[in-house]
Design a protein around this ligand. Structure first.
Ligand code: CP
Length: 306
């Protein structure tokens, strides 16, 4: 959508209300069950990933292709950024190639919003630094709705978000949407991985009693974001916060395991549990295509975001 009643892209999950979430989840699930996709044939999306990605980048590429769009992968490493061209000039240059949409990932917070401000082209945040990863949170809620039957059924569930919450954009976005759904969120992890500020409506626990939660959402330990000189004590972390075989032995069949990926097996979770019957980790990846199709449709139609 444009100037006056404009919504444009999606930068944070705080821009979504419950009705937006209902529409996105229902549409994503409809597409996952074979519903017909809208066609945006003849329109281009530019994927500008300034930080590495496997899942988000490829699933956006597949999603936009299913919508009839041409996906253009902007190769950062081979670009004129290495010659000193600024990110702003890069964005403005890319905007000349007639994209209807940018999908932007960055090490810094706020770059997707800047792309949109510089170019006027709707932009989706594919993860910005330690700030937000709204499309991951939408696909996670979509996966939970598929498992538990409805958005209403998520109300009252207890979700443990376990691990490196401090550095996690996924935790920030997911907590926001979980709150919208009435899910009770708890953060668990070592003190040095807990945020220093207060999240409203979030509990904190310093021990991992798996029986207490309906959803065990494990986070990747972000070694690349550890402060200089900070070390990771794998054995200490494993003994307190990993989903080990021993801890998983206490799980009931209706409890579910989630992880945004990439997984560091033996750290957050023991490798065989990734494919356990109550693990949704593979399903999150599969659903991501349909959730992102729903998001792209909604952004291009101006029905979410801003
Ligand atoms: N979950 C996620 O954002 O994974 P990628 O970094 O592989 O995109």
């Amino acid at each position: 959508m444009t100037s006056d009643g404009r919504r444009l892209g999606l930068h944070t999950s705080t821009k979504l209300d419950f009705e937006d979430l209902v529409a996105l989840v229902n549409r994503g699930l409809e597409l996952s069950r074979g519903g017909s996709a809208k066609s945006f044939a003849g329109r281009n999306v530019i994927l500008a990933f300034f930080e590495n990605s496997t899942r988000t980048k490829v699933s956006f590429e597949v999603a936009s292709t299913h919508l009839g769009m041409t996906a253009i992968n902007f190769d950062i490493t081979g670009s004129s950024l290495s010659k000193g061209e600024s990110v702003k000039d890069t964005a403005e240059t890319l905007a000349s190639y007639d994209p209807s949409l940018f999908v932007v990932r960055s090490k810094e917070s706020g770059l997707s919003q800047l792309f949109e401000d510089w170019t006027g082209i709707p932009t989706i945040n594919a993860g910005d630094g330690e700030h937000e990863h709204p499309t991951q949170a939408i696909l996670d809620i979509t996966t939970l709705v598929e498992r538990f039957g409805s958005l209403e059924a998520l109300g009252g569930l207890r979700m443990a978000i376990v691990g490196d919450v401090l550095h996690s954009r996924v935790a920030r976005s997911l907590t926001q949407l979980a709150n919208l759904c009435g899910i009770e969120v708890s953060f668990l992890g070592p003190d040095n991985m807990m945020p220093k500020y207060i999240f409203p409506n979030v509990n904190r626990h310093s021990s991992f009693e798996v029986e207490r939660y309906d959803v065990l959402y494990l986070l990747r330990i972000q070694r690349e974001r550890l402060a200089h000189g900070e070390t990771l004590e794998v054995n200490k972390y494993r003994s307190r916060f990993s989903l080990t075989k021993e801890r998983a032995a206490h799980l009931r069949s209706e409890q579910v395991i989630m992880h945004p990926g990439p997984v560091f097996p033996g750290m957050e979770i023991d490798a065989p549990l990734i494919d356990a019957t109550n693990s949704l980790i593979r399903r999150q990846t599969e659903i991501s295509i349909f959730a992102r199709m729903a998001i792209v449709e909604a952004v291009l139609e101006g029905s979410i975001g801003g």
